[in-house]
Design a protein around this ligand. Sequence first.
Ligand code: IVH
Length: 678
Amino acid sequence: MTAHLAQRATELRAQLNHHAHLYYVLDAPELPDAEYDKLFQELQAIEAAHPELLTPDSPTQRVIGAVLSGLTPVRHVVPMLSITTETDTTEGGAIAFDARVRRELGLSETDPPVEYAAELKFDGLAMNLRYEDGVLVQAATRGDGETGEDVTQNVRTIGQIPLRLKGRSEDMPAVLEVRGEVYMRRDDFEKLNERQRERGEKTFVNPRNTAAGAIRQLDPALVRQRPMSFYAYGLGEVKGWQLPATHAGLLDALAAFGLPVNGDRVVAEGVGGLVKFHQAMAAKRDALPFDIDGVVYKVNSRELQAKLGFKTREPRWAVAHKYPAQEQVTTLLAIDIQVGRTGKLTPVARLEPVFVGGTTVSNATLHNVFEMRRKGVRVGDKVVIRRAGDVIPEVVGRVPGDRPSYVPNFHMPRACPICKSEAAREKGSIEYRCTGGVFCPAQRKQAMLHFAGRRAMDIEGLGDKLVEQLIDAGIVQSLPGLYKLGVAKLAALDRMAEKSAQNIVDALEKSKTPTLARFLFSLGIRQVGETTAKDLARHFGTLDKLMGASVEQLLEVPDVGPIVAASIHTFFAQRHNVEVIEQLLAAGVQPKESEGEGDDRPRPLLGKTLVLTGTLPTLSRDEAQALIEDAGGKVSGSVSKKTNYVIAGEEAGSKLEKARTLGVTVLDEAGLKALLAS
Ligand code: IVH
């Protein structure tokens, strides 16, 4: 009986590990969550009834764990070193590194170029994962490099880290210490902070500190609420394994063991390739889903690495080149209140301009007054500004220091600073809103900017300076008024030449035939983002049908829940909203009512999912996406087994690689066009 159960437990573990790898590392799940849960529960039941069958690499062991009283020190068999880090990130840096390597290897100018492996420098914390016979037995932090701390229990919560390496047991190294970086993705970090904000709890400063704090937590229940990720980049102690000859080969081998290895890496001959990689990654940095602080160059050949050796604490065969920091300290000059499109009042910090994350920042959000209080920031303070990715710059905290005792605390105003209507906090909400609605010029300005936006009516040239002038001077009062603007009226404005006035009139004319989805999105209905707008357009087909829909009918739209349905219904029930729409139509705006059920255009991509990567020769990403969606297809951000096609352009990166591993069809722009025409 037990023999049978033991076999079943082994089987279940293998299956669960396989599916966890597909899910966490390859991002290509094959099994519905519920099925996975069933297998998981079956295994849990067996182990509960027969504790002697429990193994430390069992997937059930990711989630169990007691509160610790402290972390145990771990002595590293092979010390965990750091890398020489240089902030001289120009070409000169790579050239100097190459020259150093060549000199130390005794190479002359006539010798061939040295081969390098270039990869990202992840901004997290270093981790040593010890696998014995393929089973994760210990995870330790770097500590001082000689001695770290045992954080095995917490590392087990990281779904991407295999508890057992993939492969045949006879191929498992007796000891394999994998080194890499534990980090937190930006979206996981934002979600975490969003939740903290909603609960009125303290927000976290940045993903790195959050991950570093979480990994040393004593209570595993808390750790599980801080989702972390991992990338492998090197080795510690190894026994009973034939090491690959190159660093690149090593990373491939680690990936084959089921460990997450980042796809943005290249092997480069000499300096040229390093510089190119540096530039490409600097350009890509903002679009990455996680923070990096630079790139790392490593001599690819392990034999040459051994020849080069170490100088005290750093290898001579590697160097890190840092990008400009994404956090800087500056002075908080003043706090203003910004009024958003829906009337939300946000405190905004006016700052002593500071260069951070690649641009000069002079404004940053303070989110809300409660968060400001928790951070204790006041005018005059030295504050830390963070700008990472395309996230809006924010004030993350104050630098402790003296402040004159008379700085008053900040209070939210009782009235909208723009239209003087009452500013109120809705029940149960931490947000203050201006109650002025369309009477508030600030709300009108934001609504107009949203209407004109690239993803809405796409009125080129109608930016914030112009909108400000139009509304402040009373030239345009509401959206339909835009279409009554003539060249003469526009040309009379400040800094507006006849030519640019004509361009704007042309852009307005061009905007008159939006898709129904864009038109709906441009109206700024609360809860209706781009995706919902598309769903609504597809479902109802015409504006009339949508405007006449009951809450029940709205609920029939896939992905529309009660809150969204109520918001849409309320919007169309308001007389002034209907008037604005009627006036827009009267002014000649004609949404293309052709994407709904009555649509008889061919939709060759119906039910297909496509992924775009790299730069296409003629189409911008938005254009390609629009064409695909018009043809009934969906565009997804990541490649999985369910992806039908990957459309790859120049400089396509990890998505292309993944498509190849998964056997997904890869097409170029011409191939896409052929599909669309089919
Ligand atoms: S290699 C012997 N590669 O940067 C070389 N380190 O100061 C050991 N890091 O503590 C490090 N990304 O936590 C290496 N691709 C990468 C890295 C990386 C981030 C961190 C690592 C280390 C620090 C080096």
